[in-house]
Unconditional design. Structure first.
Length: 375
């Protein structure tokens, strides 16, 4: 059997090789390596796909978060509410800007921030909430937005793992992840559902004026070259990456469906295993499965991971340590026991291979070895 991959980027490239190669060659021949026409073309296509007023590309997902906070005029000492169970980048930029992260626990079924705890955390210094659409589905945005509106707080959606997921409003309307709050941020890291061949990121907003400010900040704080209205950063999506992303965006819905089919096959055979909990789907969101993340009870997670490794099956633990217990963030005064659900998830979660090119025979091999472990 071929080597099993967590994400098979080579096979995905092979499927659309001619289109990718043609797009790359065109970009190289034009020699507009910085801010070439492909960047604008991709930004316009991303805007159209997500049905937003503005889509602004940048260098990576971490920059996107930082630019969003700068554009919303967050000041040092302001407080931003963020889940304790997330990738470090979500919190990193808060610290870098001199803001204060206010951690919140998450729900043990959907892994999203627990909106029922928001009100108790809000103070007169609170300026933002960052829902993280973890592993591929949306947080409960209507509940979060209602609280944010009540307290005049901005909402930044971290959509790095959920590009293409749809949120369903109670009134029957729907919207893509990242288009619901004040700003949505995303990453085009190669393993993401919409990934390039290097680094890349973007911001989405329904506010045209905010979009203009975001674009200015991402470009050294200038609207017109050499005239700088505000302090900005240098955060650009590479022209070659934009060319790649323009091709792959056309396939994003297909990629989502392929991942959902893989997830369904896992569900059908793993749901009855005692001691393993399959991913829970929120009723208000589709799930595009950037990761297929299960929970393993009875302290068996690490043992399962080690056993699968001996069978040539890769797994990942996203994330082994909650953010509030990371050494760099102990300065904020949190301690073990403050966020029990996040801490428990870090001890229980494991992600199995999932990607757009997953072959059934490979997946069956993975599933059979998981089942054998629990027998």
């Amino acid at each position: 059997m071929e080597k099993i991959q967590m994400v098979d980027l080579k096979s995905q490239y092979s499927r659309i090789k001619s289109e990718i190669d043609e797009a790359l060659l065109a970009a190289v021949e034009q020699t507009a390596y910085i801010n070439g026409p492909q960047v604008k073309q991709f930004a316009e296509a991303l805007k159209e796909f997500n049905n937003v007023k503005a889509a602004i590309t940048c260098a990576n997902g971490t920059d996107a978060l930082q630019i969003a906070m700068m554009a919303l005029d967050f000041k040092p000492g302001d407080e931003v509410i963020v889940p304790a169970f997330t990738y470090i980048a979500t919190v990193e930029v808060i610290a870098l800007l001199g803001l204060i992260p206010k951690f919140i626990d998450v729900k043990e079924d959907t892994f999203e921030l627990d909106h029922t705890q928001l009100e108790a955390l809000i103070t007169d210094k609170t300026v933002g909430i960052i829902p993280v659409h973890l592993f591929g589905q949306c947080s409960n945005m209507e509940a979060i937005l209602a609280i944010a509106k009540k307290h005049n707080i901005a909402v930044i959606e971290d959509t790095a793992q959920a590009m293409g997921a749809k949120y369903f409003f109670k009134d029957g309307n729907e919207a893509f992840a990242g288009t619901i709050g004040n700003v949505g941020t995303t990453s085009f890291f190669p393993s993401k559902n919409l990934g390039c061949f290097g680094d890349g990121g973007a911001l989405l907003t329904q506010n045209e004026a905010l979009g203009e400010r975001i674009n200015m900040i991402a470009n050294h704080g200038q609207r017109e070259k050499y005239y700088h209205e505000t302090i900005g950063v240098n955060s650009r999506l590479d022209t070659l990456q934009a060319a790649i992303l323009s091709v792959k965006l056309k396939y994003l819905n297909d990629y989502s469906e392929a991942r959902q089919q893989v997830a369904q096959r896992y569900d059908e055979r793993l749901r009855e295993i005692n001691g393993l909990t399959i991913p829970v789907r929120a009723s208000y969101s589709t799930h595009v499965f950037n990761q297929y993340t299960c929970r393993i009870a009875n302290n068996k997670r690490d043992e399962l991971q080690a056993d699968l490794k001996t069978k040539g099956i890769p797994t990942m633990v996203y994330y082994p340590v909650p953010v509030h217990l990371q050494e760099a963030y102990l300065v904020y005064g949190y301690k073990k026991g403050d966020f029990p659900i996040a801490e428990r998830l870090c001890e229980e979660v494991i992600s199995f291979p999932i990607h757009t090119e997953m072959k059934e025979e490979v997946q069956n091999y993975i599933i059979e070895n998981i089942i054998n472990f629990f027998d």
